[in-house]
Each structure stands twice: as C-alpha cells, then as structure tokens.
Design a protein around this ligand. Structure first.
Ligand code: TYM
Length: 401
C-alpha cells in the first residue's frame, strides 16, 4: 500500500506537525528548518521584515523581530501588490474546543491585529465550530456556545469592527461559500486528503469532507457581502505552521478553479510549560496558561511547571550558568517582553550564572500577569451585542480606509 505523507514524515524524521498533533523527534525540540524544507514554504528573512517596516512606516512587530513568525508562502507577492497600490484581505481562525484561549492562541490574533492596523485591510475570522464538533466529543450546541465565548476573547484583542467579519461555520456556510466548497471538493481525491492529513478508512466522513470548509475563506467570492466583484483580491493568512496542510491543499486547488492562491505568514509554536517538544495545548491544562488564569494561578504554574535551564544548585548555577536553549521562562520572555535591551541583558546574565532561575521566573510572572490582566479587562468589556455586531453578515463600506 502507498504510504501517506504523514507516515513518511514519521518514518523520516519522527517529527510530527499537523493540525492535530505537534511533537518533536524523540521528545526533542521541533526542527523548524526541517519543517520549511518538508512543507516547501519559504523563510521569512531580514529583507522582507525591512520591507514591511518601510511599507507600513511602523517598527516591525516584536514577533517579526524575534523570528516568531518565521515562514511564509508568497508573502513577497502580497507586498509587491501592496506597493503597487493594490489591497488584500486577511483571513485567520479558531477551532472552538475550549472555554478560553491559551497564550499560544493569542499569538496569531495579536499579530493579525498588528497586520490589520499596519496595512489597513479587512479581516475575516472563521470559527470552525463544525470542525471541533467532528473531532472532539462535543455536541453541536456546545461547539456553537464555545464559538461565541471564543469570539469574545478574539474581539478583546482589539480588532476594528469596521474592518472585521467573524463567522461561525454552523451559521454562515451556504450560498457562495458552499458553492466554492463544492468546487474545491471536486478537485481533491480521497487519496490526496489521506496523503495530506493522514485520514484512515476508520475516520468518519465528516472529517474527510471538512478540509474545503477551511479552504474557501481564502477566496474573496466566498464573501459576496464583503467583496462583490473583487474576485482577484489577494488573501493573506496569518497562523501557526500546524495549519499549513489545509492551505497546501487550498493552494494546490486554487488555480484549477480560477482563483488566486492565498499567501501565508506562519509562526512557530508557543511551547508548553514543560518544554519545547510540543505546542502549548488546550488538552493539557498544566501545559498551558489560559487568558482567564488569575495572577495566583499564573505564578503557581510558572513556578511549578515552567521547565528551567538553570543548574540544580546555586553553586553549579553560578559556575556553569543556565542553558538558554531549553529554558522555558527565557523562551516565553522572548515572545512577550517587548524591551529588546532588557531581554538581551537577562539572557546574558542568566547564561553567565549571575542571574538565577527564580529571578527570571519572577520577571516572567510580572509580564504574563500584566498581559493576562489587560486581556481580562478587555474581554469583560465585550458584550453580547458586540459579538452580534462583529458576526452580522453585512458589507464593510470603509474596510480599506
Ligand atoms: P486552533 O483553534 O487550534 O488555533 C487557533 C490559532 O492558534 C494557532 N496556535 C498556536 N500558535 C502558536 N503557538 C501555539 N501553541 C498554538 N496553538 C495554536 C493556530 O495555528 C491557529 O492559527 N482549524 C483551526 C481554525 C481555523 C484557522 C483558519 C486557523 C480555521 N481557519 C485559518 C488559522 C487560519 C484551528 O482549530 O485552530
């Protein structure tokens, strides 16, 4: 029997990255260089980052400066078009499987907010309540409820309501969106989805038929209320690299149905507290810090679970210093401590053994508590009416202003 892409991936490098599973080889770190080669995406290099800075007249986002967003597909073409005065739209999403988002989920949303502000472009956000209903042991009603709860966390990231449409699949799929789904589905054989996603004959057909649902928001004609007559508008998808398989499929199909391929800008994973072998995951509460965690819970999780690269005794630590390669507190600060000089100073002192794990964790607890408390305040201000307003099917007349 022919091996599928996933089996080959397992055999070749034992590193698994797909929408449902992320694990490094032999419990080690994810090798992102290998992923770029394997998936066939491009590295986001310095020249692209300086181009973004020049085109938007803003300093590059900390996630760009620190290499959190590290890979892309045709992002250069989006910038070429933008430079010529052509616009594009952003598309991202969330699979509502838990009550609250964790810090890893915030990364693409924080970055998407920056892109929306910097390029002044519209954004569509898909809530795949159908996906989670089919993959998890959750009812239709529960997934719809979680979608609305998650929408509040997403809105709390600060998106501009005049440029943003949030939709749930259960509510929105139909019409032009559905017609595009059928066009995509006709181009993808069973063997192809088995190759890309690793489905087996035991998987129910709901899973097998899902990929077109996540594919078609990449096409402007799926949103006739937003982009009438703009079938050539380019789409840029910010996400973590686990979602790449969906869009490899989408890009493969697009030209065959007369559409533009979506471009992507992809991030690495915000790691679990226990270490960089996988992504922070909602399925293991002790691996994750949620955007609803109290200051006390954050302090406890960081102190108890955050894997330290420090030495086992103070004497050894002063002598050998910390191993920053495996240290989670330093890694987390790399995502969320904005001050480059302070981060550099901490890295140097900690690696030399002059700073102790306890001090680094203390600073991390401050940074995360501030971030989460700010989020909790913003989320408390999001009303049900605001959720309805973001999710209303409507034109966005000033979306490019
Ligand atoms: P979901 O809900 O698993 O994740 C939502 C977004 O968060 C990213 N992500 C992470 N980023 C950094 N570090 C992590 N530890 C981490 N965990 C998750 C995901 O890549 C994603 O961008 N099927 C999708 C929903 C979806 C979607 C999309 C996502 C529909 N259309 C278009 C991105 C783009 C899902 O279940 O995402």
């Amino acid at each position: 029997m022919e091996k599928n892409e996933m089996e080959e991936q397992k055999e070749e490098d034992d590193q698994i990255v797909n929408p449902w599973e992320v694990a490094g080889k032999d419990g080690g770190k994810i090798d992102y260089d290998k992923l770029i080669d394997k998936f066939g995406c491009q590295r986001l290099d310095e020249s692209l980052i300086s181009r973004i800075e020049r085109l938007t007249s803003r300093p590059p986002h900390v996630f760009l400066r620190r290499g959190v967003f590290f890979a892309h597909r045709d992002f250069n073409e989006i910038l070429d078009a933008y430079e010529r005065g052509e616009k594009f739209y952003l598309y991202t999403g969330r699979g509502p499987s838990s009550e609250a988002l964790h810090l890893g989920h915030l990364i693409p949303f924080m970055f998407t907010k920056y892109l929306q502000d910097a390029f002044k472009v519209p954004l569509v956000i898909q809530l795949t309540d159908d996906e989670k209903c089919m993959w998890k042991n959750l009812s239709v009603e529960e997934c719809q409820r979680l979608a609305r709860e998650n929408a509040k966390d997403i809105i709390a990231c600060g998106f501009d309501i005049t440029k943003t449409f949030i939709f749930s699949d259960f509510d929105y799929v139909g019409g032009a969106f559905y017609r595009n789904m059928v066009k995509v589905a006709k181009c993808v054989t069973f063997n192809k989805v088995v190759g890309i996603f690793g489905f087996t004959a035991e998987d129910h057909i709901g899973k097998i038929s899902f990929p077109p649902v996540q594919a078609v928001p990449s096409f402007p004609s799926s949103f006739p209320q937003l982009f009438p007559g703009k079938d050539d508008l380019r789409c840029l998808i910010p996400c973590a690299i686990d979602q790449d398989p969906y869009f490899r499929m989408t890009r493969d199909v697009a030209p065959r149905i007369g559409y533009q391929k979506p471009a992507l800008i992809e991030s690495s994973f915000f790691p679990a507290l226990q270490g960089e072998t996988g992504k922070m995951s909602a399925s293991d509460p002790n691996s994750a810090i949620y955007v609803t965690d109290s200051a006390k819970v954050i302090k406890n999780k960081v102190n108890k679970y955050a894997f330290s690269g420090g030495q086992d005794s103070i004497e050894n630590h002063r002598k050998y210093g910390a191993n920053l390669e495996v240290d989670i507190p330093i890694k987390y600060l790399g995502f969320f401590l904005e001050d480059d000089a302070e981060l550099e100073h901490m890295r140097k002192e900690y690696a030399a053994g002059r700073m102790l794990t306890g001090e680094v964790k203390k600073r991390l607890i401050e940074v995360l508590t501030e971030l989460v408390e700010r989020h909790i305040r913003a989320r408390a201000a999001v009303t049900d009416e605001m959720v309805d307003a973001f999710m209303a099917i409507r034109p966005l007349p000033n979306m490019f202003d």
